[in-house]
Design a protein around this ligand. Sequence first.
Ligand SMILES: [Zn+2]
Length: 510
Amino acid sequence: MSNKLYRAILTLAVIATITLSLAPPATAQDGKANDTESEVTLFKNVKVFNGTENMLHEMDVLVVKNKIHKIAKDIPTSGTWEVDMKTGGAKQTKGPGGGLEAYTFNTFEQGKTVKKQVKVNVIDGGGRTLMPGLIDSHVHLNFYKDGTLIDLESSTWEEIGARAAAMAKEMLEMGFTTVRDMGGTHDGLKKVIDQGLLPGPRIYCAGGFISQTSGHGDFGLPAMRKGEANVERLEIARMVDGRNEVLQAGRRNFALGAHYLKVMVSGGVTSVKDPIYASQFSDDEVLAAVETAEDWGSYVAVHVFQDDDILRALNLGVKCIDHGLTISDESMKLLVEKDAFLSPNCTALAREALAHPMHQDPTFPPTVKFMWLFNNSSEFFNLCKKYKPKLVFNSDYVLLTGDPFRASMDFTKYNVADRFGNFWALQMLTKNGGELCELTGPENPYADGKLGVIEEGAYADILIVDGNPLEDITTIGANSQWFDAAPRSQDVPPIKLIMKDGKVYKNTLK
Ligand SMILES: [Zn+2]
């Protein structure tokens, strides 16, 4: 069956579901926004950062179902609207109705029109900033555990899954309405979150890491053979060698719901069997992954630090370089020419990282690797400024939970703004991340609207923050303190409102 036909059938199924679920009268639950309120939300008294421009606009923002429908000055709080339920679009058919605090919905179901009046949920932003929900383009939900990679060997699928759900909730509470899981996660948790059973961001999944034997994804104990490690049995990592096994790994990932593929093409810091400078996978093996992803209309992202391998990956058709910190002038030039994305974990280059408790023993193997990286990346920020590549936000924390995880995430927000300036950092966290999501092509699970921007037709993933993030990055929860940061609760106080897919998850404006 063609992708298009399959999607058309899925879309029909979705329309039918929405229509049925709207049939009974909506009722308020737990004092939170009820069904009717969440269908039309009007934000007033806000200044809009749209993800694209280095300025704020004083505009009202009207959300209908899960989309941003209109951005304009003085949108009336009442009126009659015709709403196409399959897209969340709407058009006003009558002007403001005399004192009627409601919009009228006309819903369409296979030729039938159903009129529906809904109360408008008017939210007064109190002059604060309304901006797109944040996008973290490099997380690992299945690694939300303290310890080392070996600790994953003693974890059941149940513990790993439950921990991933806990991290997803943390991410949403930090304002991340979308994450790109860069290895380990298939679409199981995503489906549960999308169904509304658990709170969490939208998730783009890479499926199991694709790694060669003794590569950055070879997490098992040294005596273990291929296929014996817990993470391999659970399909979090795939250890494969040779073109055929790479093809099989990529196809298996797509079968389990991956939206793109993640391939390890050079050494890493946390893995124990590979030198940091090691080249991984032959050209033929990388090409096998690229071909598989392209067959699905999607793309390959690679874990890579080594410059030779960055150049090689770009020439082989890889569309996103994750890390890439030792990139040379030549490779950066090629990256921009090829319109590829760069997803750097900038905290690895923060001076503050040297104070990490893990790095106090200079003979500790990950510290030796870390210092190699630190010492070979001195040109990274200069090259970014020279070539202005498409940068996205990358946190990449693994094996860290609770307060240290929160402190690291808050510092990472601060660090990118400190390095690139607030506007660049905010674009990495919003618009650029949204553009990377679109590279998944027909595999894009959220293809009906844009992500990372406040535009008409975009998904209603929205934050209201206390202040202007273009001037003060702490308004999105950034913190200049890292290891010395005071512990906080799950709540991020300056983020006053979090809306994802048109539903309000947090509102402390009142
Ligand atoms: Zn990673």
